[in-house]
Design a protein around this ligand. Sequence first.
Ligand code: AKG
Length: 268
Amino acid sequence: MTTQTEARSALRKEYDEKGYVIARNAIDDDLAAEMVDHIHWLEKKHPNVRPESLHHSLLAHDPFMWRLTGDDRLLDIAEQFIGPDIALFAAHYIAKPPGDGKAVQWHQDGSYWSLEPMEVTTLWVAGTPSTVENGCMRVLPGTQNRKLLKRRDLIELDKEKFVLGVGIRPQDIDDSEAVDLELDAGDISIHNPQIIHGSNANTSATWRVGLTLRYIPTTTWDTEPSRENLLLRGKAVQDVDNTYAKRPEYIAGEHMPFAGCESWNGAV
Ligand SMILES: O=C(O)CCC(=O)C(=O)O
């Protein structure tokens, strides 16, 4: 029988070799279903924001987002990659509506981020099944060992077609070895900030709901002072000048109800 420690080191080993790894059933179906409810609740709250663009600033004071990103099952996984003092510097729902979702051009996440050092890992959480047909994430294994492209190396993209405004030039990519990360609701993939990845548009009749969670050790400095990090486990480091959001209280009528919201306490 595989022990918990062996399973953990297997996850880490695969991530180090390939730049990504999948953890199945990381969260339960009920929590994944609440993610989908959250998307539809956010769509009503922000009718002018596309569901691929529900960014951190809309989520940092949302009790359900704190409940989800602070879930011990996700933090236990993040801890294997970044250690025990954990903050979240960015969350972003990339939810692609049926037949209408945008593509994500090939990119390396680290090209966009002002983190010092670039110690960070992404947990990509599936709220619905994520398949080739509905535009699952795709990766180029091993490319985490390539140099990190700077923003000036990237090209501008048509925001009507692509979720991100800049990406890697198509002629710089050989996608013949691309791997499709097909996931069920509740599975997650974990990826390195340098791996080249992207996704196609959703041409299917079903939603594809994904949430990107960027976890950092509290020793990493998020040099963007206006961005509010969520301190989720362990301690902040005094000399690292990150801005931390206050844990929000749940207010009925103002926030989306979720399992356990009545006993959610903002002050912990
Ligand atoms: O959700 C997607 O399709 C792409 C995700 C992505 O680019 C990321 O997590 O950095």
